[in-house]
Design a protein around this ligand. Structure first.
Ligand code: SAH
Length: 257
């Protein structure tokens, strides 16, 4: 489609709004949301940016209708400035991918800009201390879009490679034992003494909780783990100091301090 055939007055932003509290939303994200004609997202995320809503049109969508949401946003962005909100970072298990996939499929000429945000891993790590200063992997335990066998393979490979592991989507109402299954796999090749951090509602105004434990004991806190929780499993060098997790970067091998 040529530029002249497209209605190219609009713009679509896919905006990562950070973990929840207004002060962890970037200035860029705030500017985009303030200046948008239309803001689209699910209720949880819209509530997190309610302080920025004045005259924008707000479209609340529900979980599980992401494809429709992406299509609608692309359509409306032909003639409007549309901001689609995505929790945390808009890439990391966020809406950026689906929006670009749908745009490619439709061969859309709409301008799309992806606005990054503070992802759950960064938020959670900051509350735990310094668990991820070295190589790490993030793995989502949601098997709605990824087969469980693939998740198991990734868990095993990253555990064997001694990477710090950040676990997103550890549980949902329908998938209540995925976290237990994941811990079982990780314990096959990681010591029980390895530190584990369980953080719920990190950097949100309500419900924040931080637990520091070990791999051997983590399942004692299984009831604390839910869909608003991210879990960080340390590597073989991680330790606990004053209820904080520290993973050495390697300075101690090179310098005296
Ligand atoms: N795009 C988001 C992740 C979406 S997947 C991001 O970059 O953070 C949803 C998962 O993210 C949740 O199941 C949970 O594991 C994690 N999560 C999101 N916000 C969180 C928060 N404030 N505290 C703890 N975990 C969070």
């Amino acid at each position: 489609m040529s530029q002249s055939q497209s209605h190219n007055n609009g713009m679509l932003y896919v905006v990562g709004i950070g973990p929840g509290s207004p002060e962890h939303l970037t200035i860029k994200a705030a500017n985009v949301l303030t200046n948008a004609d239309i803001i689209i997202g699910n209720s949880t995320y819209l509530d997190q940016i309610s302080h920025l809503i004045t005259s924008q049109q707000v479209i609340r969508s529900t979980m599980g209708h992401e494809v429709e949401r992406a299509k609608k946003a692309i359509l409306m962005a032909r003639d409007n400035t549309v901001a689609m909100v995505s929790g945390g970072d808009s890439n990391i298990y966020g809406m950026a991918g689906l929006v670009l996939e749908v745009a490619r499929h439709e061969n859309s000429q709409v301008d799309i800009e992806i606005v990054p945000g503070v992802t759950a891993l960064s938020a959670v790590a900051s509350l735990l201390g310094a668990p991820v200063v070295t190589d790490f992997a993030v793995i989502s335990l949601s098997d709605l879009l990824t087969p469980w066998v693939t998740i198991e393979k990734r868990l095993q490979a990253t555990t064997e490679a001694d990477m710090v592991i950040g676990i997103y989507n550890p549980k949902s109402r329908q998938r209540n034992n995925n976290f237990q299954r994941a811990v079982k796999i990780i314990r096959r090749s990681r010591e029980d003494s390895v530190p584990v951090g369980i953080v719920k509602n990190a950097l949100r105004s309500e419900g924040e909780s931080v637990i520091v434990t070990t791999l051997g004991q983590v399942l004692e806190y299984d009831d604390e783990v839910d869909m608003r929780t991210t879990v960080i499993i340390g590597n073989s060098e991680s330790g606990i100091w004053n209820s904080r997790i520290i993973t050495p970067r390697g300075y101690h091998k090179k310098y005296d301090y």
